[in-house]
Write a protein that binds this ligand. Structure first.
Ligand SMILES: NC(=O)c1ccc[n+]([C@@H]2O[C@H](COP(=O)([O-])OP(=O)(O)OC[C@H]3O[C@@H](n4cnc5c(N)ncnc54)[C@H](O)[C@@H]3O)[C@@H](O)[C@H]2O)c1
Length: 249
C-alpha cells in the first residue's frame, strides 16, 4: 500500500511516517507533504501536494483543518482515497467531506483509536440505560492543541446524543445558574505534552459510572490511521469511520 502522508512534519505525521517506513500494515511511504519541508523528490519530501505528481494508493492526513478543502480537491482530482484524521473542521468543511465521499472513498474520524470507538459505544448504551442522569465529559490534551473542545469529546457527545436526543452541549460552563437536566457539559484542559485523556461521568445522584480513556502515546492514533488506510484501499466511494473498520466486533 503506497501512501502519502499530509502534515508529515507534525507530531502525528512523523509517527505515521516512521511506522510506514517500518512497513507496518503493509504501508510503503511514497511521499511526506508538509509546509515546513522543501521539495526534494529524492528524499520523498514535498512542501505542498501539487509538487507530488506520482500515484499512491491512499493519503493519510494529520494536518490542519484549514487545508481540508484543498486536500479534498486534490484527492478527488487524483482519485486517491483519503483518511482524514485532522480535527477541528467547520460544519462547511464537514459538508465538503461528505460531498467528496460521493466521488472517492473517505475515512473520517476525530479519533483513530479503537479504544475510543468502543468507549463511544459504551457511553451511548449507559446514557440510554440512565435517561435521567447528568452527563459531563472532561478532556485533557497537550498545550499545542488548536481545537477546543477536542474532536473526540464532540464525537463522544454525539454518540451520547443518539440516546439522549433532547441533549444540548454546554461547552466550558462559565455562567451562573443551575445546570439544566438535558445538558451534556464538555470541559477542556490543556497541559504539557498530554497525548489525550477523555472521561465521561454519568450520575443519577444514587450511582455514578465513570468511563475513562487515556492515550499513553501517539502511536495508537497512527496505527489506527494506517489500519484505516489499508481498509480504504479498493473500497467504493463513501464516507467510512471507525464503526465500519470494527465491523460487528
Ligand atoms: N484523529 C485522531 O485520532 C487524531 C489524533 C491526534 C491528532 N489529531 C489531529 O491531527 C492534527 C495534527 O495533529 P498534530 O499533533 O500532529 O499537530 P502538529 O501541529 O504537530 O502538526 C500539524 C502539521 O500540519 C501542517 N500544516 C499546518 N497547516 C497546514 C496546511 N494549511 N496545509 C498542510 N499542512 C499544514 C503543519 O506544518 C504540521 O506539519 C490535528 O488536527 C489534531 O487534532 C487527530
Amino acid at each position: 500500500m503506497k501512501i502519502l502522508v499530509h502534515g508529515a512534519g507534525g507530531h502525528m505525521g512523523q509517527v505515521v511516517c516512521r511506522m510506514a517506513e517500518e512497513g507496518r500494515y503493509g504501508a510503503r511511504l511514497m511521499a511526506q507533504v508538509s509546509p515546513e519541508f522543501s521539495t526534494n523528490p529524492i528524499n520523498d519530501v514535498y512542501s505542498n501536494l501539487d509538487a507530488f505528481e506520482e500515484t499512491v494508493d491512499v493519503v493519510v492526513d494529520f494536518s490542519n483543518p484549514k487545508s481540508t478543502e484543498a486536500l479534498l480537491n486534490y484527492c478527488i482530482e487524483k482519485k486517491f482515497p483519503v483518511v482524514i484524521a485532522t480535527t477541528g473542521q467547520t460544519e462547511a468543511d464537514k459538508s465538503l467531506i461528505k460531498q467528496a465521499s460521493e466521488k472517492i472513498p473517505v475515512f473520517f474520524s476525530a479519533n483513530m483509536s479503537v479504544g475510543i470507538a468502543v468507549l463511544s459505544e459504551i457511553a451511548r448504551k449507559v446514557a440510554a440505560v440512565f435517561p435521567d442522569a447528568d452527563i459531563e465529559i472532561v478532556e485533557k490534551h497537550h498545550n499545542r492543541k488548536m481545537d477546543v473542545p477536542s474532536g473526540t469529546a464532540l464525537l463522544l457527545a454525539n454518540s451520547i446524543h443518539e440516546a439522549r436526543t433532547d441533549a444540548e452541549f454546554v461547552i466550558g460552563r462559565h455562567e451562573n445558574g443551575r445546570r439544566r437536566h438535558q445538558e451534556i457539559g464538555i470541559h477542556s484542559l490543556r497541559l504539557g505534552n498530554e497525548a489525550g485523556t477523555h472521561e465521561i461521568i454519568i450520575t443519577n445522584g444514587n450511582e455514578t459510572i465513570t468511563l475513562k480513556h487515556e492515550a499513553e502515546n501517539r502511536d495508537l492514533f497512527a496505527e489506527g490511521a494506517l489500519k484505516a488506510a489499508a481498509f480504504l484501499v479498493g473500497k467504493e466511494p463513501g464516507l467510512y469511520n471507525m464503526k465500519d473498520l470494527l465491523g460487528n466486533k
